[in-house]
Design a protein around this ligand. Sequence first.
Ligand SMILES: CC(C)(COP(=O)(O)OP(=O)(O)OC[C@H]1O[C@@H](n2cnc3c(N)ncnc32)[C@H](O)[C@@H]1OP(=O)(O)O)[C@@H](O)C(=O)NCCC(=O)NCCS
Length: 221
Amino acid sequence: MNLATAFPPFGLRIEAGPLVLRPITDDVLPALVNLALGGIHDPRRMPFYVPWTDAPPDRLPLNFTQYHWGVRASWAPEHWDLQFAVEYEGRVVGCQGLATKDYLVTRTGETGSWLGLQHHGAGIGTKMRQAICALCFDHLDADEVTSAAFADNPASNAVSRKVGYQPNGTMRKTRREGEWKGSQQWMLTRETFNRGPEITVSGAPEFRRFIGLDPVDAPCA
Ligand SMILES: CC(C)(COP(=O)(O)OP(=O)(O)OC[C@H]1O[C@@H](n2cnc3c(N)ncnc32)[C@H](O)[C@@H]1OP(=O)(O)O)[C@@H](O)C(=O)NCCC(=O)NCCS
């Protein structure tokens, strides 16, 4: 028994050339905190529904680490949030997640991601989104993947468009206290998926059994 046996999300790893999506184990949390402290976006335009990057620098490390411990602690078959640290050419550059409810029924999940400011605009955001969508369609039997971004987040909306997501309406979402902003909703199916570099995945059979896609006595590859 090791941690990945007890908690199979810790055994999942996606590789696509210089890009690696690895589980957010405790050893990678300090590098992610450092990235977040260094800035993720222009502070004038909050991209997140929960404005966690507004936290003062002396609170952000605690908030950030507690958030990721909470993601693990609240994992349940009915609702889960798969969070990866993103490495590019051996450096930790950001996070890529996939959150879902009742996955076995809905076969849909919402992607969410961020990169440290110094890593923006180099195509990494597109590649990591393509990698997680390939995981969903090719290894997790997803029917669709959704995303959303505020109207004043051209980079995120551009990534969704490039990866092949289709516009799926708009919603008013609160952003910071007392403020709302239109949020563009996006939906991707395998038919319009614009694939990136081929991915190699480890830990998928164990993860599939863990989330109930395969029976527990199914053989592991
Ligand atoms: C969203 C994010 C992950 C995208 O990552 P990235 O590596 O910068 O994205 P890419 O370089 O792959 O692509 C960005 C695209 O946005 C476009 N873009 C960026 N700024 C733009 C602007 N002001 N106007 C129009 N297009 C813009 C780029 O031109 C590029 O498209 P192209 O390749 O067709 O030219 C990154 O910007 C980020 O972390 N932002 C802050 C956090 C965030 O917004 N997360 C998403 C919350 S919904």
